[in-house]
Write a protein that binds this ligand. Structure first.
Ligand SMILES: [Zn+2]
Length: 433
């Protein structure tokens, strides 16, 4: 007998009021609310009352570092708040890592992410350790959770693909072990020339192996750092269109407008995906400025307007680069909206897309659709205590239910605050108007 679940009385991101029928792991019907479905055996039906919540595609984290997460303070805190002190602290921590330690921290973070409605993530893993302990830990985790969570792993040469002596061999070994995506960090190589050389070599590896590419690219305030241009060029050269992501690209914030204007059509031609990491970009960048102090996040509005697929990633939670976070992509969207001044209605909705559909597209999981989900899709859904995406961002709305492949993985009851004001009747506060 088939398992049928009806989620009724919910809003979609394109403002339709619907009921959604799920058969086993798949979305079977989406119908206007209360018009009735083709279900004729109510007794076998599991009913989920949506209570006019927002039913959404799940959140997808386009950029994360599971090997470093939840290691805050090991062996010390980042006093300068810079990317480079973070890399130094991570280098001090690396020799102390065990496979078990990485696995346990990463698993805890995945639990947090699921509770927040995230069902897919691309994590970078540092391949600099000769024993590849972190790689092995994350491959084990990916296998264990694959029936309900899409984890993509990027082979990330944190200390430089050409700069670290044995990085070439280690990166290839990681890919042989089953790591999904080829990473890179051209702005951290010894020179611009070496950065460009690393891009060429890494794109060649991806093309030869039939893999995707996701590089940390131009994560600096230096307006002269323009590896993004070389990455787009090599993407086209190796026929990797739509398979390459450039993460951060913070230098574009500071680059001259003339360079940006030339770059945008090239990114569209190469179908390069861009991932901004608002929480991290706003805290790590601009550290050498006095005032005025730059925001550091890449040109999200201009990129989107040009037709580039832009996603937001969380990047870090409680690690050498960032002391805060709770794996909440609505917090990421909230920050991205503010830093990018994406305050128009379309801009705010675009911020929601940047943590749902756009990253799914960048990861090659799914092509964006108006509702975020469609009949025939796998039943991966999140039910939020919000009427629409903007309210979801405004409230960082409670994720009442998180469903993967038709199974409810997480439930968080709605919380109501009771007010007891002097000389007034007791009130319940509802932040939804
Ligand atoms: Zn990163």
């Amino acid at each position: 007998m088939k398992n049928l679940t009806l989620i009724e009385d919910v809003w979609t991101i394109d403002r339709e009021h619907v009921d959604v029928l799920i058969e086993d792991q798949v979305i079977k019907e989406i119908v206007p609310h209360k018009t009735g479905t083709q279900v004729n055996k109510p007794s076998q039906l599991k009913l989920i009352q949506g209570q006019e919540g927002l039913l959404s595609a799940p959140f997808v984290d386009a950029h994360f570092h599971l090997d470093a997460t939840l290691s805050l303070g090991r062996p010390r805190l980042n006093e300068s708040g810079t990317l480079f002190e973070g890399i130094q602290i991570w280098a001090e921590q690396k020799p102390l890592l065990s496979e078990e330690d990485v696995y346990e921290r990463a698993k805890t973070l995945i639990h947090w992410a699921i509770a927040r409605g995230t069902l897919a993530m691309r994590t970078h893993v540092d391949i600099g350790d000769p024993q590849l302990k972190a790689v092995r830990a994350l491959l084990k985790l990916r296998e264990e959770i694959k029936s309900f969570f899409d984890l993509q792993i990027v082979a990330f040469p944190q200390d430089g693909y050409l700069r670290q002596a044995n990085a070439k061999a280690l990166l290839n070994e990681a890919l042989d072990l089953g790591v999904d995506v080829v990473g890179g960090i051209p702005h951290f190589e010894r020179s611009t020339r070496a950065g460009q050389e690393s891009i060429e070599q890494l794109c060649r590896i991806a093309a030869d192996r039939g893999l995707r590419v996701d590089m940390h690219c131009d994560e600096t305030d230096d307006p002269q750092s323009r590896h993004i241009e070389a990455l787009a060029e090599q993407t086209i050269r190796f026929g990797l269109q739509n398979r390459v992501t450039a993460s951060h690209v913070t230098s574009l914030h500071s680059a001259p407008n003339d360079f940006a204007a030339k770059l945008m059509p090239l990114l569209v031609e190469a179908q390069v995906h861009i991932v901004a990491n608002p929480l991290i970009n706003i805290t790590l960048q601009g550290r050498r400025d006095s005032y005025p102090r730059r925001r550091g996040m890449t040109r999200v509005d201009e990129l989107m307007a040009s037709g580039v697929n832009v996603a937001f990633g969380h990047d870090c939670v409680m690690d050498p680069w960032y002391a805060l976070g709770s794996a909440d992509l609505l917090e990421v969207a909230h920050m991205g909206l503010h830093v990018g001044q994406l305050t128009s209605l379309a801009g705010m909705e675009a911020c929601y897309q940047a943590v749902t559909q756009n990253p799914a597209f960048a990861l090659g999981l799914k092509t964006p659709s108006a509702k975020g989900f469609a009949v025939g899709d796998r039943a991966d859904l999140v039910l939020l205590d919000a009427a629409n995406p903007i309210e979801a961002i405004r409230l960082r709305a409670n994720r009442r239910m998180v469903m993967s492949r038709g199974q409810v993985l997480a439930e968080t009851p709605s919380v109501k605050t009771q007010l007891n004001l002097p000389n007034q009747e007791q009130l319940t506060v509802d932040f939804r108007l």
